[in-house]
Design a protein around this ligand. Structure first.
Ligand SMILES: C[S@@+](CC[C@H](N)C(=O)[O-])C[C@H]1O[C@@H](n2cnc3c(N)ncnc32)[C@H](O)[C@@H]1O
Length: 368
């Protein structure tokens, strides 16, 4: 198989899973495209004599192959010996200089913990949650580094398994139309806090949710001061199930209808999870031929500055009790009223705005 010109040695399977000899899921291409593009932007931003990258859960090694051109040294690791064989074959077939590669067949936690502060780029792409690798990743991250982590336990953080979420992440999720944004903010809180324990600040650059996974990625610096300051981005989300008002603050009463029976989620990340200066650079560099990934990046970039969790048009219309006008007409009318508004990558029927909910509802009613 091939991805973006790189040869991969893994069985071709419809539904690859934990039992696969060597795991490779071609449907995760957008995750790998944006992860690679982000790593490249970070590489452009730092001046280092030796840029060391680590693909800690490599499987076929595809992520490591794809960042080999920006790295002076790439460390591949997987606990599965068959994966290590695949990586060896891939390295040769892709003509990657063996002198810039280190290959290991260890438990990722042991491998990362043994390499304290070594890596400038770390990719964590496990089965399920990245939680069990967070501490060792924070240890292994250099004081100037970029870290990306994938999680596929999204049913937990989006509220289908509330108790599991509280146990794993110490956070209460919220199952509603924007549950995946709440989930992403829970992942981000957990990542930030873990790095902060090591006096390192995790500064989110591009975080997103797609299909069955979420990806958290950001820049790491060793700064107690910055980590202290960013703790103000940890808080709660209040949601009114009656009128659908939402705010990234802990409230006792709905700011719109006065309902006192609010739903609360958190603790979670209440700040921005996209840095538009960073995504703009990614947009300049991402190849035009990566069409789907480019479209995803455009959506993510467009909603970077708007903090209020997104609205789902259909859900809002059913709350008002009317049929749904076209999303484009709604966002256009919100813009005409002078409010910032964007689409959201989370949902094709979603939009993001800081406009008060009553104004949004009035606009929808007028259009209807
Ligand atoms: C989801 S796959 C990685 C997919 C790959 N990054 C890609 O983009 O195609 C997870 C990999 O982690 C490996 N793995 C699972 N637990 C591990 C551990 N504790 N230490 C090292 N490797 C582990 C598995 O053998 C598997 O190859």
């Amino acid at each position: 198989m091939k991805e973006r010109g790189f040869k991969i040695y893994a069985p071709e399977e419809q539904e690859p899973d934990k039992e696969s000899d060597v795991f490779f899921n071609d449907k995760m291409i957008k995750n790998r495209d944006l992860s690679t593009a982000a790593a490249k932007i970070f590489r452009d931003q730092v001046e280092l004599n030796e840029f060391r990258s680590c693909d800690a859960l490599s499987a076929s090694g595809i992520r490591g192959f794809r960042i080999s051109d920006i790295s002076d040294k790439v460390f591949f690791n997987d606990s599965n010996p068959l994966a290590v064989e695949s990586i060896e074959k891939g390295l040769e077939a892709n003509g990657i200089d063996p002198s810039k590669v280190e290959l290991s067949n260890s438990n990722a936690n042991v491998f990362l913990s043994d390499n304290k502060n070594l890596f400038h780029y770390i990719d964590i792409d496990p089965f399920g949650s990245f939680l069990e690798f967070l501490d060792s990743t924070a240890r292994a991250a250099n004081h100037q580094s970029f870290v990306g982590l994938t999680a596929t336990d999204n049913a937990v953080t989006s509220g289908s398994y509330k108790k599991t979420c509280i146990r794993r992440y110490g956070s209460t999720p919220l199952k509603n139309s924007f549950m995946h944004e709440t989930g992403l903010r829970i992942y981000l809180k957990e990542t930030f806090e873990n790095f902060a324990r090591f006096d390192k600040e995790f500064d989110p650059k591009i975080c997103w949710h797609e299909r069955h996974y979420s990806r958290v990625s950001g820049r790491v610096t060793e700064s107690k001061q910055r980590a202290n300051n960013s703790t103000e981005n940890i808080g709660y989300l209040s949601f009114c199930p009656k009128c659908r008002w939402r705010k990234l603050e802990r409230k006792n009463k709905c700011g719109n209808c006065g309902n006192t029976d609010l739903k609360l989620a958190g603790p979670l990340w209440t700040g921005k999870f996209i840095d538009q200066r960073f995504t703009k650079k990614m947009k300049e560099k991402i190849p035009d031929s990566w069409e789907d990934s480019k479209q995803l990046l455009d959506r993510i970039d467009s909603e970077a500055e708007l903090i209020t969790p997104f609205y789902d048009l259909h859900e809002l219309c059913s709350n008002i009790g009317i049929s749904s006008p076209k999303r484009e007409a709604v966002t256009e009318a919100i813009r005409e009223k002078g409010y910032p508004v964007s689409r959201t990558h989370f949902s094709p029927t979603g939009f993001r705005t800081d406009a008060p909910i009553e104004d949004i509802k009035d606009i929808i009613k007028e259009l209807n």
